[in-house]
Design a protein around this ligand. Structure first.
Ligand SMILES: [Zn+2]
Ligand SMILES: [Zn+2]
Length: 303
């Protein structure tokens, strides 16, 4: 049951030869979500072998270029590839003007519908839901309106104990009944209680994405207990003042959010290109939250 995060870009405003600007591909049980779309995202999607046709939902955190400049090339490529299916883009309402300009200027004959799904300011909001997962948006604190996203698997039903299928010669209808909580009666009339037939489902997994943002403690209640938190860590502690001025976080501030939210694992990213090595950021964060890791481009993290 796949729940995989692939980092497409872990840099900040300036692309470097080592790190692309921000973008991520998330596979939640074969739903492919794109999170942010910095310059070069479509190349990184190619490198990560994510099929373009699988992407139907794009979640944009905010309208700074390092999170959105890759959108236009990607929309154009979708068209060139003959896309016909609807595309949903979540983010600031100005995305309507931005993509509208692009369509008028470069892609009048767009072959597929684009739906802009504007986010509200304020609190946690459910923005997508299907049979297996749900996606929430929540506000961050940055120089311009910015949202984080929480991707949650829904609670699954119980698992039938596979060895019992042969033993009791269970048919499809029996299996559906058992999954719905019914007991099973054998051909000899013996009633097998449901609790003997199933095992409890694994707890639902969740992933939270927070970039760009200054230290913002309010988000901890929305992302509490999530399995993996990606939090921006543009700066080291020595640049705390610049972090505050620019609406960004230091690595130790990201770690403090992870600790207060009680997440299981923290992945740091959106690194300033001023750092050739990131050891300092990692050490500063791990002092506060041990389960901290540095994002690398094209790395896949199983959640
Ligand atoms: Zn950024
Ligand atoms: Zn920004």
């Amino acid at each position: 049951m796949t729940f995989d995060l692939t980092i497409l870009g872990s840099g900040s405003a300036l692309p470097t030869s080592r790190r692309y600007p921000t973008a991520q591909a998330l596979n939640v049980l074969e739903r492919f979500f794109l999170i942010d779309c910095g310059e070069g995202t479509q190349l990184q999607l190619r490198n990560a072998k994510v099929k373009f046709g699988h992407i139907n939902h794009i979640f944009i955190s905010h309208l700074h270029g390092d999170h959105v400049f890759g959108l236009f090339g990607l929309l154009s490529t979708f068209n060139l590839l003959g896309r016909k299916t609807d595309l949903y883009i979540y983010g600031h309402s100005d995305l309507e003007n931005i993509t509208g300009f692009f369509r008028r200027q470069f892609a009048e004959e767009m072959q597929y519908p684009i739906h802009i799904m504007p986010l509200k300011p304020g609190a946690l909001q459910l923005i997508f839901e299907d049979k297996v997962c749900e996606v929430f948006a929540f506000p961050l604190r940055h120089r311009v309106p910015s949202w984080g996203y929480l991707f949650k698997e829904k609670v699954r039903g119980p698992n039938i104990r596979k060895e019992l299928i042969d033993i009791y010669k269970l048919g499809i209808k029996d299996i559906i009944d058992i999954k719905n909580g019914k007991d099973f009666t054998t051909s000899e009339g013996v009633v097998v209680p449901n609790s003997d037939l199933v095992t409890a489902p694994k707890p639902p997994r969740s992933y939270a994405y927070c970039s760009d943002t200054a230290y913002y403690e309010r988000i901890t209640k929305w992302i509490a207990g999530c399995d993996v938190l990606y939090h921006e860590a543009t700066f080291a502690d020595s640049e705390r003042k610049i972090a505050k001025q620019t609406g960004h976080s230091t690595a130790s501030q990201a770690a403090m959010i992870a600790k207060k939210a009680g997440v299981k694992k923290l992945v740091l990213g959106h690194f300033s290109n001023r750092y050739k090595e990131l050891d300092t950021l990692l050490v500063e964060a791990r002092t506060i939250f041990t389960e901290t890791y540095l994002a690398e481009d094209l790395q896949t993290i199983s959640i």
